[in-house]
Design a protein around this ligand. Sequence first.
Ligand SMILES: [Zn+2]
Ligand SMILES: [Zn+2]
Length: 494
Amino acid sequence: MKVRIGFLHKKPLIKVKFKGDYFISDEKGCSEKKLDESKVYEIKLIQSKPAEYEWYEKTDTVFDVGKLESHRDKYYLQEKSTRVIKAGRQIGNLDNFEYWLLKKTGDMDGKIYPSGDYKYKKLIKKEAYGEIFFDGVEFHNKINIIPKNEECSFVVEGVNVGIDFHWDHKEDLEYKGELEIIIDNSGSLTAVNIIDLEEYLSSVNSSEMRNDNNLEMLKAQTIAARSTVLATMGKHHYSDGFDLCSDDHCQCYQGISKISELSKRVTENTKGEILIFDSGIVDARYSKICGGITERYSTCWEDMDFPYLASFYDNYPGNEIKSPMSEEATQKFIMDGDFDCFCNTNKNPLPVSLEFCRDLFRWKTVMNAAEIKENLKVKFGIDIGDVTDLITVARGYSGRIFKLEVKGTESSAVISKELNIRRLLSKTHLPSSAFLITKSGTDFILTGAGWGHGAGLCQIGAQVMGEKGYSYKKILKHYYRGAAIKNLSAYTKG
Ligand SMILES: [Zn+2]
Ligand SMILES: [Zn+2]
């Protein structure tokens, strides 16, 4: 099973060095090519026309095609401005599609959407096209550079790593598999790496795995990652010409340069294992530290929930939580440094490589009104004058805020979804949106719990579970309620 990873975007020029023999192919066909291993090849855009597209707001997601019927009235009312799109992939005999009900909206290019990124979709009216120059030849629309054997690899210069994060920088990275260069929607070049799913997984997991990590936790995490890749293929980057991007948006992928022996071994040990709920693949999200209670999908992403991403205490037996957390309960929860849970870094030992997580079970930071004003302007394009107050409008089941009102001297703004709130209240990202706000002059003191969105598997919790003797199967059953562990081969044979 192959996956398509977009890893370099909107470039006029891409520099690559090749090792081994490759076939070069364009729309017309294939030719074998001996590439000079000592040469840096420049793949250049000659001319292009960007795609024509329209922006749509997603009003609903439906999983069962039969249920589309009940939505008929809703979208027939505004027939001209609405569309239904089938997104996803068929994976063997697993139907992994969902249906989006879309309503036409204004231009959303380059904007962070205050109500959540996942709401807006770009639909192509006319594909981008153009000419690409590579090794003395002009190619129309795309080039496929296909390895002749397993030994082949290529190095791409200046790949952005950790976009938008504090470790944002450029590196030369090495890849295996096929290199496809496409004209992207902006009319520039995008590099896509077409690679085997298992090889991709060993790579993405390498950056998260250290030799002192618990092996059962690593296995559980690998199975979660494999499931999520399959569950989200063809959805996150619907109009982009690839399945997943190489940034944190999907999963951080840095080619084969960083594949560790440990990651390779764990991937092989769990080869093909995935999580299934009903007859669908589980979108098995995970984050670093839930803080003691896991969060629901709707607090972080779209306004819908999955039974397997429930909210529950991250301890044993892990009773489920049935309602959003009140202000009073949140206060008690966040101030409780002794909260009984697997991911309590104050109570449970951590391996050396995870020591950096210790201070993020409970944390405190200060944000000035002027910084918030600036972030609102720069990141969201919203100007409300000087920031005078932050008001919690709604909290999720784990105390994470998913609606925050920012009051200003001119007007006010509401920022929705946990990630947007974390973007607003930090130069990069606040550890989590489970926090209490105390005003002190023009400063806002934020006292919080956990690191990350908190939905699905809690990595530190899983590490501690593993050390306490729980198997990877038990860990997965704890974090993904009602999900079964199956092998992909059972669905893809014959
Ligand atoms: Zn992505
Ligand atoms: Zn946890």
